[in-house]
Design a protein around this ligand. Structure first.
Ligand SMILES: *Cc1c(COP(=O)(O)O)cnc(C)c1O
Length: 230
C-alpha cells in the first residue's frame, strides 16, 4: 500500500512539474513519518523513499537508530531550546528555525559536532497566533542576524499555512512564501541564492504548492494513511 501511494504521488509530482515547465527531480518528497513505525518506514525505503520528516525528537531518535544510516532526516516539529543539542545531532535538515535564540544554539551544537547543518526558516504566513514561525516582515531581519552563524546553511523557507477546506485556498499562502523568498534573494541572504528551497504543501495541497514553486513537499497521510494520533 505504501509503495502504491508513493507511486501515485511521484506520478502527480512529475505531471505537475512538467505542466509548469519545471524539472520533476527539482521537487523532493519528504515522507512525514510521525507516529509511523520503523517497520513501515522500512517499507517506504524499499520503494525508494530516502527522505523522512519527524516532528518529535524522542520518536525520531528511536527510528533513526533502527534504520539505515543512508536516509536523510528532516526536523519539521517545533524546537525548544533544551532539545536543540539532540536535534543538531539527529537531523541533516532543520526546517523549523523561527528565532535567533534557536538558530544560535543550533549553530553552537553543529560547530561542536563539526557539522554543517542545513536549515530552513519557518514563516507564519497566515499570522496565526497559535502557530510557530517568524512573521513575514521579520524574516529578513532574522536571516540577516543568522549570517554570522558559520555552521548553519540557510537553504530557504518553510511554511505551514492556515488549513483550508480546498487545496486552492492554500495558493495565496504559498505565493506569499515564494514572494518573500524572492525579496530575500535580492538581499543575498540565503546560503545559495540561486538554489533556494521552499518547503510547502501537504497531502491535500501539494499540487498547488508545486504550481507555486515548492521544492520540498511534506507528505504524511497520502503515503502512510490516516494517523490514529495527532
Ligand atoms: C503532519 C505534518 C505534515 C504532513 O501532513 P499530511 O496532511 O499528513 O500530509 C507536514 N508538515 C508538518 C509540519 C506536519 O506536522
Amino acid at each position: 500500500m505504501i509503495c502504491d501511494n508513493l507511486e501515485h504521488i511521484r506520478a502527480a509530482v512529475r505531471e505537475t512539474a512538467l505542466r509548469c515547465g519545471r524539472k520533476p527531480d527539482s521537487i523532493k518528497i519528504v515522507a512525514v513519518s510521525k507516529h509511523v513505525s520503523a517497520a513501515r518506514l522500512t517499507e517506504a525505503q524499499t520503494c525508494g523513499q530516502t527522505v523522512f520528516g519527524e516532528n518529535y525528537l524522542q520518536e525520531a531518535a528511536g527510528k533513526i537508530s533502527q534504520l539505515s544510516s543512508s536516509l536523510e532526516w528532516h526536523c519539521i516539529g517545533h524546537l525548544q531550546s533544551n532539545k536543540v543539542a539532540t536535534a543538531a545531532e539527529l537531523f541533516q535538515v532543520i526546517q523549523t528555525v523561527d528565532r535567533l535564540k534557536i538558530a544560535a544554539a543550533l549553530n553552537t551544537h553543529a560547530e561542536r559536532l563539526d557539522k554543517q547543518l542545513d536549515v530552513l526558516v519557518q514563516v507564519n504566513v497566515g499570522r496565526e497566533p497559535q502557530k510557530s514561525g517568524v512573521l513575514p516582515e521579520e524574516a529578513e531581519s532574522l536571516l540577516r542576524s543568522m549570517q554570522s552563524l558559520a555552521s548553519l546553511r540557510v537553504r530557504g523557507l518553510m511554511t505551514m499555512p492556515p488549513l483550508g477546506c480546498e487545496p486552492k485556498e492554500s495558493r495565496p499562502w504559498f505565493r506569499a512564501l515564494k514572494q518573500l523568498s524572492v525579496q530575500i534573494v535580492e538581499k543575498g541572504l540565503f546560503h545559495d541564492n540561486s538554489a533556494v528551497e521552499l518547503s510547502m504543501g501537504l497531502s491535500g495541497d501539494f499540487v498547488v504548492a508545486i504550481e507555486e514553486g515548492a521544492t520540498m513537499i511534506r507528505i504524511g497521510t497520502a503515503i502512510f494513511g490516516e494517523r490514529t494520533q495527532q
